[in-house]
Design a protein around this ligand. Structure first.
Ligand code: GCO
Ligand code: MG
Length: 412
């Protein structure tokens, strides 16, 4: 099982994706997602310059050993670029192991713990009417859990609102929310926390009145609040019984959640920008969160995220893996294999990719009746069409950033 070749494929069908493809001497290929939104080429350089040369000639069957070698052997540990790079190697090796065994990866991880994965989609609208329409559309697509984001009166643009008028190669593609815009500079958005805090509870009241008490509803505050503002939002949303409230405070400060937790019983999810178990050390052990938001792609792969989730299980904390469009179909498939096998699965974010992306990455996972399933193809079950990928060269794109009314940069 020696690695004969490894190459990094950068493609931009509807958005940019970075994929590592490893080929063994006996011709088995494995794929790994290494996409880091807005900083893609940093990961490409890390892989091409420092990882690929170490892979050639190595034993593809030694997944744990390769993980430890790339993590400990670099001396410089953690961080999104490093951990996305390691994640892509890890995913590709699990893909190869599954193909060699003739089994889907979830079987190698212990087999299925459930029939399918409850998925949530992104409903959004600038106004309440637009939002209701979007919720209805998601229900028609089969979603059984829905994230709700709306515009805030007085703010021009805001995180989480769908747009089908994006420029450049994306024009006409409807994503429920694709924040990264193609172009040489990031878009500037505006923010006002007080206006947001006044508006959001009324939106949830309207949604509950329209759609009833049963539908699981989620909301993302996208790191913008102070601990006391977050506590106040959590409390004001309690009557609407959220499935979770996500990223209430900037994620670096694990202690902030102690204060939030003292004041509200609204369940909390955090971690899409975390990249190792150390980022979760206190929030899990002190039971300050209810859901782990990491993606396989950004947290060192299946090998490392499985350890995070096993640790979380000891404290009744569940998975809620990140699944925006910037996680490629390969990263999504890896998440589904892991989610199907673990006991402490909570929910899976699923936004769907555009048609061009689906043509580059042929997938065997399914979404039926609100449930995802990774499928039973050997390995991860995603194949890359290299010709299709080659038709869509990389295009610079950035996530937006925020300024307050007085010009101060704020968390986006
Ligand atoms: C989510 C996330 C995304 C991120 C995006 C950044 O909950 O899905 O917050 O929308 O903003 O993935 O790259
Ligand atoms: Mg989020």
């Amino acid at each position: 099982m020696k690695i004969a070749a490894a190459d990094v494929v950068v493609t931009s069908p509807d958005r940019n994706f970075v994929t590592l493809r490893i080929t063994t001497e006996d011709g088995i290929t494995g794929l790994g997602d290494a996409t880091l939104n807005g900083r893609e080429l940093a990961v490409v350089a890390y892989l091409r310059e420092h990882v690929v040369p170490l892979l050639v000639g190595a034993d593809a069957s030694r997944i744990e050993d390769m993980w430890q070698f790339l993590y400990r052997g670099a001396y410089w540990r953690r961080g999104p670029v490093t951990m996305a790079s390691i994640a892509s190697v890890d995913m590709a090796l699990w893909d190869i192991k599954g193909k060699a065994a003739g089994m889907p990866v979830y079987q190698l991880l212990g087999g299925a713990s459930r029939e399918g994965l409850l998925a949530y989609g992104h409903a959004s609208g600038k106004s309440t009417e637009e939002l209701f329409e979007s919720v209805r559309d998601h229900l028609e697509q089969g979603y059984r859990a829905i994230r709700v984001q709306t515009g805030v009166p007085g703010l021009r643009s805001i995180y989480g609102i769908a747009s089908n008028t994006t420029s450049g190669g994306n024009a006409g593609v409807r994503y429920d929310h694709e924040p990264a815009q193609r172009g040489a500079r990031p878009a500037e958005e505006d923010w006002d926390t007080r206006a947001y805090l006044r508006h959001v509870p009324a939106v949830f009241e309207a949604v509950r009145n329209e759609f009833g008490p049963e539908l699981p509803l989620l909301h993302d505050a996208h790191h913008r609040l102070t601990p006391i503002q977050a506590a106040s939002l959590g409390r004001s949303l309690e009557p609407y019984d959220l499935f979770w409230l996500e990223d209430v405070t900037p994620a670096e400060n694990q202690e902030a959640l102690r204060l939030v937790r003292q004041h509200t019983t609204t369940p909390l999810a955090i971690g899409e920008v975390f990249n190792s178990v150390w980022d979760y050390q206190h929030v899990i052990r002190e039971q300050l969160i209810d859901y782990v938001r990491s993606a396989v792609t950004h947290t060192g792969g299946i090998t490392h995220l499985r350890k995070v989730l096993d640790y979380a299980a000891m404290y009744q904390v569940k998975s809620g893996m990140h699944g925006p469009t910037d996680v490629s179909p390969v990263g999504m498939a890896a998440a589904m294999h892991l989610a199907l096998s673990i006991h402490n699965f909570g929910i899976q974010e699923y936004m769907k990719h555009g048609a061009r992306t689906d043509a580059v990455f042929r997938q065997s996972f399914t979404f039926e009746g609100g449930l995802l399933h990774p499928g039973d193809a050997p390995g991860l079950g995603v194949e890359l069409d290299a010709d299709e990928a080659g038709r869509h060269p990389y295009e610079q794109a950035y996530l937006p950033y925020n300024r307050l009314a007085d010009g101060t940069v704020h968390d986006w």
